[in-house]
Design a protein around this ligand. Sequence first.
Ligand SMILES: *Cc1c(COP(=O)(O)O)cnc(C)c1O
Length: 368
Amino acid sequence: MPRPILATIHTTALQHNLARVRRAAPDAKVWAVVKANAYGHGIERAFEGLRGADGFALLDLAEAERVRHLGWRGPILLLEGVFEPRDLELCSRLGLWHAVHCDEQIDWLSRHKTHVPHRVFLKMNSGMNRLGFTPQRFRSAWARLSALPQVDEISLMTHFSDADGPRGIAHQMAAFSAATQDLPGERSLSNSAATLRHAQDAGVRADWVRAGIVLYGSAPDFPEHDSAHWGVQPTMTLSTRLLAVQQLQAGDTVGYGSRFTAEGPLTIGVAACGYADGYPRHCDTGTPVLVNGVRTRLVGRVSMDMVTVDLTPLQQAGMEVGLGSEVTLWGRAGNGAVLPIDEVAQAAGTVGYELMCALAQRVPVVVD
Ligand SMILES: *Cc1c(COP(=O)(O)O)cnc(C)c1O
């Protein structure tokens, strides 16, 4: 029998979350962002749940090929554009749309031989200062692009740095609007946080929203709001089983570094999941976990293949627990209880994005 650890991808939750995005931006088209192998879910495994989107947005050309191989004939957008001139050949062949964020990418396009002109998304750096043309340089880039026979329609895009927080998006909206006012073409501005928090404004919704993390059931602005607040469901469950149960006495310690000391008699369970499965080692005593769907806590340090959990709440509830009992590290337990990935991420000092993307290769994955 294999180790009992398992990740489950929930197709109906992906569909539910996509519908939630559509409610937030009813008149906009939706890019399902599936970069990083669909945020660790696996593009092929997430496809059924996300095929109701209007297009797929990603970074990696090999991932774009995988989406086409799944039979997707609709739009695919390369969010960072191409990385070298010959990537443009694949764009022509597969009909990929691509961002254009720098002069070199325009140079490459101008030398590219193609019978099919490309749909491009010209990117403005409106304040994030990663990719894109500054507002001052945006119009000349647009003029250069629009003169190229290799270019079909030009859409306009930018990306928000603070859609999830107090600074907000107004300063970037102002920069974008001022520099693009009289330019034709579709617009795409909003990530998940902007879509949920700011899309009452039609200018923020624009023509396309780019939804990533919200599709995967995580709250982009946790802990200000949680997934229940936004009405999204977990799309990945990481579950395992208890391998052993130990009875501790007062003064007994648990695990490497003896990080936890029992104050009195205590029953703990040992679960088959560790940092080599992608469970963060930074989680320590107190991190929430579900055993048989009942919320309890980690005790002691996470090791490579095991974690140790406090079984007191189950005993108090008079529940049977022992070898083989179900342990849910994040996602949905068999009894329907949910442990949001955001809470586990917070205990590790990170965000849900990183945990889902870091699911380890050795963990078997099933789709339900
Ligand atoms: C990753 C990404 C998104 C999606 O961001 P979320 O916070 O996951 O919604 C949108 N736009 C661009 C350019 C991205 O790189």
